[in-house]
Ligand binder design. Structure first.
Ligand code: FNR
Length: 418
């Protein structure tokens, strides 16, 4: 990570002298366009799209323009330290890879490729509950590199318990509970194309590989689950997995379709409340972070309920159209939490300057989402790695040019509000 900014510039410009051009565009909208060219219309819609008119998706970006950095001069910035402390681990930079489901839409190497990219750079990869590859295989591909697990709280508490136990065994260092997706948002691009990957059996590898899921799915229908829901849906999906081992590609019958639809209904629990959190707290010693927090009062409640961190996020504008941007919500959440637990943030992070602004507003670290998936779409593992290295290089240079020797020194005094 040392001097990564100038190292990356040198690589690119000397490569240019040999006639080489980078495969992955540097500018964020050009990156998105290159991914669009590499993908089917359905895959690109799923990755890029937001809810409704996509006003929150746009606002996530525009909010960064509401703040300006005020660079400081004549500080010695020959050495820049990007590292931050998080849950007792020193991260090489304040960046984690956001959980993104169904990465097989971007590239066949999916989570394995991204896990290797993250491991190479020492950045934690947050495994999605809707991953294309089960967590054990991705963990194996990552060696000792840091990873976390993101949980969607399904209607079966026993399944929740099993996912968390598996995550612990797979070496995950934190559990992220995503709260903002109790139902899928009104995603207009996906609706226009009438395309939802889960219906094709994509993005459900964590379930199909789970022993509790498998047992529940094959037990007699009468047995109610601790979550209070019959398990017909689970059974149907398992049956689909058995009859359509190549990922339900041949899915045709109405009965099978109904099974997967029901799966969509059970994958999260819309009646989840604060009262459910002690169940999880009692079952893991790992830090628990709540993802999707936007309101200061929810952030405060998270502290009071013994949570270890919050992630300010609107799911990349995919859930509530018209919701506040994550960056706007961040300072209020930071003030409410009063440094008692770390505040992380995602939704709209594209450049080094974005990272600095989020950190200056009080985020301990940020999650990068769509950009790495776009890199993956363009050039597989190398593409994802290139996107992440470019972001780190940009962060390193921009921090130095702002007069920052260490990111730990950042505070709001480097910002002015427009
Ligand atoms: C996501 N996100 C997400 N979040 C989560 O907790 N579990 C998941 O499985 C997914 N899946 C997912 C798929 C796709 C295609 C996208 C784009 C996003 C949300 C993700 O973790 C993060 O909050 C957003 O990606 C942040 O927005 P940007 O920066 O990518 O625009």
């Amino acid at each position: 990570m040392r001097d990564i900014g100038r190292t990356r510039q040198r690589e690119v410009f000397t490569g240019g002298m040999r006639g080489e051009r980078p495969r992955v565009p540097f500018e964020p909208t050009a990156l998105e366009s290159a991914a669009e060219r590499a993908l089917t219309a359905e895959a690109f819609a799923y990755l890029a799209g937001g809810a409704g008119t996509e006003s929150t998706l746009r606002r996530n970006r525009a909010a960064f323009d509401d703040w300006s950095l005020i660079p400081r001069m004549l500080n010695d910035v020959a050495e820049r330290d990007l590292s931050v402390e998080l849950f007792g681990r020193t991260l090489p930079a304040p960046l984690l890879l956001a959980p993104i489901g169904v990465l097989e839409l971007a590239h066949r190497d999916a989570d394995i490729a991204v896990g290797r990219s993250a491991a190479k750079l020492g950045l934690p990869f947050i495994f999605s509950n809707q991953a294309s590859v089960e967590m054990e295989r991705v963990a194996e591909a990552m060696g000792e590199a840091p990873r976390w697990f993101q949980l969607y709280w399904s209607k079966s508490n026993e399944l929740v318990e099993s996912f968390v136990a598996r995550a612990e065994r797979a070496g995950c260092e934190a559990i992220v509970v995503t709260l903002d997706t109790t139902m899928l948002g009104w995603r207009t691009r996906d609706l226009d194309l009438a395309y939802l990957p889960f219906l094709r059996g994509k993005g459900i590898a964590q379930y199909l590989s789970d022993p509790v899921f498998r047992r529940l799915a094959s037990s007699p229908p009468a047995a109610p689950d601790p979550g209070g829901v019959t398990l017909t849906a689970l059974r149907n999906v398992l049956e689909l997995a058995r009859t359509h081992p190549r990922g339900f590609k041949a899915l045709r019958s109405g009965e099978a379709l109904a099974g997967v639809r029901t799966f969509i209904d059970i994958y999260s629990r819309p009646n989840l409340t604060w009262a459910d959190l002690p169940f999880l707290r009692a079952r893991t010693k790992l830090p628990i972070l709540l993802k999707g927090i936007l309101h200061a009062e929810d952030a405060r409640r998270a502290v009071e309920e013994g949570m270890d961190g919050v992630i300010v996020s609107n799911h990349g504008g995919r859930q509530v159209d018209g919701a506040t941007s994550a960056l706007e919500a961040l300072p209020r959440v930071v003030d409410a939490v009063q440094d008692e637990i770390p505040v992380l943030m995602d939704s709209g992070i594209r450049t080094g300057s974005d990272v600095l602004k989020a950190l200056a507003l009080g985020a301990r670290a940020v999650l990068v989402g769509r950009p790495y998936a776009y890199g993956l779409a363009i050039a597989g593992e190398e593409g994802a790695t290139e996107v992440l290295r470019n972001l780190l290089a940009d962060l390193d240079l921009t921090a130095g040019l702002c007069g920052l020797g260490a990111l730990r020194d950042l505070d709001r005094s480097i910002l002015s509000q427009r």
